[in-house]
Ligand binder design. Structure first.
Ligand code: ADP
Ligand code: TRP
Length: 327
């Protein structure tokens, strides 16, 4: 199966991204042909500074490589290095009803927040459809928030195939069942936009400091505590062994243990969990040329596939003298 997904380079990746998406992306490499890319055209819709866009594109690449992306198996590239996708976006735009995009929740959310959205944000799902269709993707692993965009992609693919003949593979969404939402330091969903994250590769000392600051309730040490309502416990779930987790559950319910103790253990476990990948991450940071090479190699492999699909679509709509001649 061909699996494809895009990751926006909108900041440094955090442990919510790891447990909610990256881990599953990396696992899918075992049995599938995976195509993953840095969605920098999409990130541009929120107008980042050029320096941030360039920097985060590299950082996300390094994070994936350090955590186990296998470039012998998986094609990994920067979306903007294969501009063919923007031409396909136009072809798809011309079969996409306005209403389909007006119904998209992610767009409506931005408008409701009072932002004055740009046209790129409105057209965002069509670019995403082009990403998916240009690589003949079968399966698209994404978080639940992206489900609607995959439905839009399927709709656009079927409309195009209906008007111009079978051109695109109609993909399926694979909704990544996250370990539930990973909470941030303040108890809300961990998210770059809330400034409540623990980055995967931030310095160990800083991970420790942040974990000690996680918001908890004020139940006194000796009293029983509800593990289900505790942010520290939710994070322990991700990194503690099943046996240790069961012990913590008993300690919470019996009382006599303070949140401070649980936080200290959580910090140790979290740091241990990512420690094996830190050295590789540091090596990459010191060899950005190698990172650029990986992206260039990925772009060249992606370009071959994209070029073929785009040629098929151009011919289908009637571009080029040969389209009619071949009828
Ligand atoms: P952010 O909210 O930090 O901007 P993104 O929206 O870029 O994160 O998320 C990228 C991927 O990581 C998505 O597939 C999303 O489902 C997953 N993800 C992000 N934050 C969390 C979280 N707190 N818990 C679980 N999964 C998350
Ligand atoms: N919109 C996705 C997100 O914000 C990123 C993305 C862009 C994507 N193109 C894609 C995901 C194609 C899957 C397939 O997470």
């Amino acid at each position: 199966m061909r699996v494809l997904s895009g990751i926006q380079p909108s900041g440094r990746l955090h442990i919510g991204n790891y447990f909610g998406a990256m881990r599953q992306h990396l696992k899918l490499q075992q049995d599938n042909e995976c195509f993953y890319f840095i969605a920098d055209y999409h990130a541009l819709t929120s107008n980042p500074s050029p320096a941030d866009l360039a920097r985060y594109s590299l950082e996300v690449t390094m994070d994936y490589l350090a955590l186990g992306l296998d470039i012998d198996k998986t094609v990994f590239w920067r979306q903007s290095d294969v501009p063919e996708v923007t031409e396909l976006t136009w072809l798809l735009s011309c079969v996409t009803p306005m209403g389909l995009l007006q119904r998209c929740v992610s767009f409506k959310d931005k408008v409701a927040q009072g932002l004055s959205p740009n046209h790129g944000l409105f057209a965002y799902p069509v670019l995403q459809a082009a990403d998916i269709l240009i690589y003949d993707s079968n399966i698209v692993p994404v978080g639940a928030d992206q489900k609607q965009h995959i439905e839009v992609t399927r709709d656009i693919a079927m409309r195009f195939n209906g008007s111009y003949g079978e051109t695109f593979v109609v993909p399926e969404a694979y909704i990544i069942e996250s370990v539930a939402v990973v909470p941030g330091l303040d108890g809300r969903k961990m998210s770059k936009s809330y400034g409540n994250t623990i980055e995967i590769f931030e310095p160990e000392e800083s991970v420790r400091r942040k974990i000690m600051k996680i918001v908890t309730d004020s139940t006194p040490v000796e009293e029983p505590k509800d593990p289900e309502r505790c942010n520290v416990f939710a994070l322990l779930r991700l990194v503690a062994s099943p046996d240790e987790l069961a012990e913590w559950e008993i300690r919470y319910k019996n009382g006599g243990v303070g949140y401070g103790q649980a936080k200290k253990r959580l910090a140790e476990l979290m740091i241990e969990f990512f420690r094996p990948f830190r050295q590789k991450r540091a090596e990459l940071e010191n060899d950005l040329g190698r990172v650029e090479n990986v992206l260039a190699e990925g772009a060249s492999r992606a370009k071959t596939v994209a070029g073929q699909t785009l040629a098929r679509a151009r011919k289908a709509v009637g571009f080029g003298a040969r389209a009619m001649a071949n009828e």
